[in-house]
Design a protein around this ligand. Structure first.
Ligand code: 2AM
Length: 487
């Protein structure tokens, strides 16, 4: 009965998190579905450490101090429900279950509700940083009741990454909020990776840079505003050579995998009616990469432009840098607009600036520029979109000609840049006071009598006596096509 916390799930993330907690002075008890993994861990990397193990759930729970705190590090989905079911009969009011996996936020909200009915506390926490982060300090995004968070705050804030003395962990919001924010983090991560890949693709196939040259470019970019973990590891990847002497990236199959968090982010954006095209595009880019053999066949029969690049290399490299930064800002703008909407929809009261600060360390999208987002929300906590903030407006204004040139060069040469261009289309749509949706409304009214609102000669919306937009329908099939007002 002396362990501060129990951990279930001894894959690498779970083992490393247990070692991390132990290294910060907490006594940890561990359990795993496959019992042999418990023994292997205790006689392996946990040997000599303040970590105990158990071969059964009752034995495992008997090792924990009250109120019991159990963190699940098991595969998302059914295994989480299965362990909750096994644990609950042995728990008492006020004990706490924490789900540290990549669970869908809807599941977390459901589990939170089910367990609160049984007076068991529940936290769903996003943990980002991969294996190394879990061991040395991840970014943590806990959601649940504040009362439940209080129980684990001393542990979480110690094991999380620290940036300038501040832990990359703070209370996110009720029920599924923590897993939601982690999900959006991953959606943005998909974008960051896709944008880097598009920059790489342009450097390689348009400018003809070799691995060594690209390593230098990414290294240089990492010294500036693009400074981030993903840019840093990209530079490092270009230093790696295959046994046969080829650059490592050249021998890796161009078929991306995914585990679903980018897809969930896009689904949520569609559900909430928030435009997040660059995040969705990054997911689709992985989908089209996955149909490798179909692409190989298509390449035989579908021809594109045959042209060569004759522009200035140095100038184009600078342009690619600017395009990457501008598109990156757009993808964060989409992610934050999405979290803003989710906060309202689910009543989470998310502190968006604080979320940006919490991502500065430990997690995969950690980057210097995240403080710029926090600064933007400091300047205006109700900022509807990052593109409206003065800092980001200035950056994009400067980057804009380069961004457009890069996309235009890529398009002329037939090099796909889906995320660069989707971000630009988002930017151009967002800054358009009038889009072409008037014609959509006209067509919808024509074929489906879906009605429309109208503008007067001054461009103002025509309203009824209550100030609500007046609703019109044109009788398209009748002679003279009379327009009627719909009450
Ligand atoms: P295992 O070692 O017994 O496979 C990551 O896969 C972690 O989730 C591992 O600890 C794994 O346990 C656990 N896990 C995967 N599927 C599971 C399931 N259906 N039930 C319980 N635990 C599971």
């Amino acid at each position: 009965m002396s362990a501060d916390i129990g951990l279930i799930g001894l894959a690498v993330m779970g083992e490393n998190l247990a070692l991390n907690m132990e290294s910060k002075g907490f006594e940890v008890a561990v359990f795993n579905r496959t019992i042999s993994r418990v023994d292997a861990f205790l006689s392996g990397s946990a040997k000599g450490k303040n970590i105990t193990g158990a071969h059964s759930i009752p034995d495992f729970l008997s090792q924990l101090k009250s109120p019991k705190k159990i963190i699940l590090m098991v595969k998302a989905g059914e295994p989480v429900d299965a362990f909750i079911e096994l644990l609950v009969p042995h728990l008492s009011k006020g004990d706490l279950i924490i789900d540290g996996g990549n669970s869908n936020f809807n599941d977390t909200t459901r589990r939170h509700e089910e367990l609160s009915n049984q007076e068991i506390l529940y936290i769903g926490t996003g943990i980002s940083g991969g294996e190394e982060g879990a061991l040395k300090g991840p970014a943590m995004m806990p959601g649940g009741s504040p009362e439940a968070y209080e129980l684990v705050e001393p542990i979480f804030t110690k094991i999380a990454a620290q940036v300038e003395g501040t832990p990359c962990c703070s209370y996110i919001g009720p029920n599924g909020a923590g897993h939601y924010v982690k999900m959006v983090h991953n959606g943005i991560e998909y974008c960051d990776m896709q944008l880097i890949c598009e920059a790489y693709s342009l450097m390689k196939s348009v400018l003809g840079l070799d691995a060594e040259e690209m390593q230098k470019v990414f290294n240089e970019w990492n010294q500036g505003e693009l400074n981030s973990y993903l840019i840093e590891i990209t530079a490092d990847i270009f230093t790696q050579f295959d046994d046969g002497g080829s650059p490592f990236v050249d021998v890796v199959l161009d078929q991306a995998g995914q585990k679903g968090t980018g897809k969930w982010t896009s689904i949520s954006a569609l559900d909430l009616g928030i435009s997040a095209p660059t995040i969705a595009e990054a997911v689709f880019a992985r989908c089209i990469s996955a149909i490798k053999s179909e692409r190989v066949d298509a390449a035989e029969v579908i021809k594109g432009p045959i042209g060569t690049f004759d522009g200035d290399r140095e100038e184009t490299l600078k342009a690619i840098h600017d395009a990457l930064y501008a598109a990156k800002i757009c993808s964060y703008a989409q992610g934050f607009a999405l979290m803003r909407e989710a906060s309202t929809e689910y009543d989470w009261d998310l502190d968006l600036g604080n979320i940006a600060l919490g991502w500065r360390g430990g997690c995969i999208i950690r980057a210097k520029f995240l403080h710029r987002i926090a600064d933007a929300f400091d300047r205006n906590p109700d900022l509807p979109n990052l593109l409206l903030d003065s800092y980001f407006r200035d950056v994009i204004e400067t980057a804009q000609p380069h961004w457009r040139n890069v996309i235009s060069t890529a398009t002329q040469l037939g090099v796909p840049v889906p995320a660069f261009s989707s971000a630009l289309a988002y930017f151009d749509s967002y800054r358009s006071s009038r889009l072409s949706a008037n014609l959509i409304q006209a067509m919808r009214d024509y074929f489906g009598a879906h009605t429309y609102n109208k503008l007067d000669n001054d461009g103002n919306i025509i309203v009824d006596k209550d100030g609500e937009p007046k609703v019109f329908h044109t009788e398209w099939m009748l002679e003279n096509r009379p327009e009627i007002t719909v009450e």
